[in-house]
Design a protein around this ligand. Structure first.
Ligand code: ZN
Length: 287
């Protein structure tokens, strides 16, 4: 189910491309089992074992932007079976088609964020979003054009963007739209970036993969298995979470349980993740 929120006169929709159940400990292989003990009660909530792979649709400034494109239809996440790739269905729920997309922008180029980029068939390879420019973090683009080994989704769905002539790169702080700004949060990948959508005095922070699981509200030092530069990722994660808690800013997460939007708040002296409550949702709370 797509989750659509208004931010001033702009709009952001969280769309789950795929989802599967996976032990939360899988994310953090160097964290010993005993470190999870204080969280046993939280872990009883099944929703904590659901890993979502989300993309976001932003409508702002008379433009329609897609942030990340999920796993896509060809490759699935490792481990437990995942739900079928549903990004295009989720887009349709809010009346968006591939033709509507003006720009596809990426938090980073990992396999679970690029999967719907291209159509590859007997005719050849072409952009799935035919009118769009694809805006990629420059450091990630350089990295994956340099290293020989990568997930096939990156090779098949990201690297051809250059030859197709639809690629733009960005570095550092970058104004995508008057209402949408990219902020460098490098570490999870060489060019990993977050975004802030600001309109009419309201804000939403698009986290990217600064955190994969709500446990990180409590344990920002835990290294994710796919962090490229773990110390730098932890430094960025701690800095940003601190700021988001202070500001009480609405946050959109790529991977957290539904609804994927919430805030980092302090309760009983500890930070936690508080999901937003959706109208008509009888049990929105977890974590
Ligand atoms: Zn991811």
């Amino acid at each position: 189910m797509a989750v659509r929120l208004r931010i001033g006169n702009a709009e952001i929709t969280g769309m789950v491309d795929r989802r599967h159940a996976i032990d939360p400990a899988w994310h953090y292989p160097d964290v010993p089992a005993e470190a999870w003990e204080p969280y046993q009660e939280l872990l009883l909530d099944d929703v904590w074992s659901l890993l979502n792979f989300r993309a976001f649709l932003v409508r702002a400034d008379d433009r329609t932007i897609l942030i990340d494109t999920g796993w896509g239809p060809v490759h699935a996440p490792p481990g437990a079976p995942a739900t079928p790739a549903a990004l295009l269905d989720e887009m349709a729920e809010v009346g968006a088609t591939p033709d509507d997309i003006d720009q596809v922008v990426f938090t980073h180029l990992h396999a679970d964020h690029v999967g719907w980029n291209l159509i590859r068939d007997e005719i050849g390879i072409r952009p799935r979003f035919p009118r769009a420019r694809y805006l990629v973090p420059a450091n990630d683009w350089a990295h994956y054009n340099r290293i020989p080994e990568m997930h096939p989704n990156i090779r098949e769905q990201a690297l051809p963007l250059g030859d197709l002539g639809v690629l733009d790169t960005y570095e550092g702080e970058f104004q995508v739209l008057p209402s949408l700004r990219a902020l460098p949060t490098h570490g999870h990948s060489p060019g990993h970036s977050s975004f802030v959508l600001s309109n009419g005095g309201e804000h939403c922070f698009i986290l990217g993969d600064l955190a994969h699981h709500p446990i990180i509200a409590y344990e920002p030092d835990w290294h994710h298995r796919f962090d490229y530069d773990p110390p730098r990722a932890a430094e960025q994660r701690k800095r940003v979470l601190e700021q988001l808690e202070q500001d009480g800013m609405l946050v959109a997460s790529s991977h957290f349980p539904q609804p994927g939007f919430g805030r980092f708040v302090r309760v009983d002296g500890r930070r936690r993740w508080r999901p937003i409550e959706l109208p008509g949702d009888p049990d929105p709370g977890h974590g």
